[in-house]
Design a protein around this ligand. Structure first.
Ligand SMILES: [Zn+2]
Length: 204
């Protein structure tokens, strides 16, 4: 056990969560930008910081930082491989593997497996692009996750209904609400001001 590593993991995860709780996305981005090279250094030097090295809560904090390492997809994928191997030795949890798997797959432009990543659509929380939706609860159960419908209802209880983003029409400037399509896909919206068809793309 490395108490100073555990303490630093907890400090960085707390900063990550405080920024996200306050809805301060600039602070969250700043935290992510500083946490990423630090985590890379930790992983390079120690391998995955699992339970034995960082304690239960420190290992959870390491997973959270990897979850938010989106700006370096290759590193995030490396974390997933290390995390999965660590879980095989009881150093990490299947739940952590499931969440990071979904995150990495979506970042790679592929559908997620476990439905852990949700987006707002038409006023409801729905899973981001998901492979074989009919089999998702079975896959979730194998990772110690409850049914997807319960998970999505829980997000609604915690966060309330999703707010739709607002954009301005490039033709007339009228503001309108829309729902983001799945990553890499397009949606067409009719401007309520001028009727112009506006195409909305979601970056993969
Ligand atoms: Zn318009």
């Amino acid at each position: 056990m490395r108490p100073e590593l555990r303490a630093e993991l907890l400090r960085r995860a707390e900063r990550d969560q405080a920024a996200r709780r306050s809805g301060n996305w600039q602070a969250a981005e700043q935290a992510d930008a500083e946490n990423l090279p630090w985590l890379r250094q930790v992983v390079t030097g120690n391998g995955w910081p699992g339970r034995s090295l960082a304690g239960e809560d420190g290992a959870h904090a390491a997973w959270l930082l990897a979850q938010h390492a989106d700006r370096d997809p290759a590193f995030q994928r490396q974390c997933l491989d290390l995390l999965a191997a660590a879980a095989g030795k009881g150093e990490a949890t299947p739940v952590q593997v499931a969440y990071l798997t979904d995150r990495v797959l979506l970042a790679e432009g592929k559908p997620q497996e476990f439905g852990t990543q949700a987006v707002g659509k038409d006023g409801h929380w729905v899973p981001s692009r998901l492979r074989d939706p009919g089999g998702v609860d079975q896959r979730r159960a194998a990772m110690s996750l409850g049914p997807l419908a319960d998970y999505l209802a829980g997000i609604g209880r915690d966060l309330g209904p999703p707010a739709s983003p607002v954009a301005s029409c490039p033709e007339c400037g009228e503001k309108f609400e829309f729902w983001l399509p799945d990553p890499g896909e397009e949606a067409s919206v009719s401007c309520p001001g001028c009727g112009e068809t506006i195409t909305i793309r979601s970056s993969p």
